[in-house]
Design a protein around this ligand. Structure first.
Ligand code: PGA
Length: 247
């Protein structure tokens, strides 16, 4: 069932912007039973959580450092996210893998520290255009999942949602076809079965991200095997995000 709608604001939205945005959003999606969440910048995390504390909107961070604390200038640790009462954190987004050279091993340590602090994770994976052209998409998903989830216990997977985001579809307007998404979700489930077991593989929640818009949401919503969407660009406009949620 599709019921997760997560907005990834990336490096956008001041607290002033978020106040106006959520004010309108709450009115438009009033009564909607879906699970809606916003991944905001660290600087506005506490304020946004406080602002939305009496609503059903979840608030998450976009990243965390994998160490408990220490000499890591400019970084934010899991206790700091917890202090803001963050519901969740994005981990392994392709922009972080690309621009900040995040490795599968670091991603694994980040997931572990978040599990330890009881913060839910939206774990992003996805192949590049080149991986796909070279026929390596499946292998890349395997590496990302097997390394990223190394040492993560079965029961912890209840607190992890996998976001399948083909890198070539992010911010490009080139949405993956339903067929390709279905095939990839099937691979992801096979990999989870391989790493854990059949029950876990059936239970694992997978959402799709990559150029989701109000225009293509109806088509994408026909995919039976996904549980929701992670929306970047289109989520920056409150009406567009609401239209996607209410579709
Ligand atoms: P997009 O971004 O919707 O702009 O493609 C998705 C994401 O980066 O999570």
């Amino acid at each position: 069932m599709i019921n997760y709608y997560f907005a990834n604001f990336k490096m956008n939205m001041t607290f002033e912007d978020i106040k106006n945005y959520t004010d309108s959003l709450l009115k438009i999606i009033d009564g909607n039973k879906n699970k809606v969440g916003l991944f905001v910048s660290h600087t506005v995390l506490c304020q946004t959580k406080e602002l939305l504390k009496d609503t059903s909107i979840l608030v998450g961070a976009q990243n965390v450092h994998y160490e408990e604390k220490g000499a890591f200038t400019g970084e934010i640790n899991a206790s700091m996210l917890k202090e803001c009462d963050a519901d969740m954190s994005l981990i392994g987004h392709s922009e972080r893998r690309k621009y900040y050279k995040e490795t599968n091993n670091e991603i694994n340590k980040k997931i572990k520290i978040l599990m330890k602090h009881n913060i839910k994770v939206v774990f992003c994976i996805g192949e590049t255009k080149q991986d796909r052209t070279l026929g390596n998409a499946r292998k890349v998903l395997y590496q990302q999942l097997s390394n990223g989830l190394l040492g993560i216990y079965e029961n912890e997977l209840e607190n992890i949602i996998i976001a399948y985001e083909p890198v070539w579809a992010i911010g490009t307007g080139e949405t993956a076809s339903n067929k390709l998404i279905e095939e990839s979700v099937c691979h992801i489930k096979e990999i989870i079965k391989d790493l854990y077991n059949n029950t876990i593989s059936e239970k694992i929640r997978v959402i799709y991200g990559g150029s989701v818009t109000p225009q293509n949401i109806k088509t994408l919503s026909k995919i039976k095997t996904i549980h929701g969407f992670l929306i970047g660009g289109a989520s920056l406009n409150c009406n567009n995000f609401a239209e996607i949620i209410n579709n």
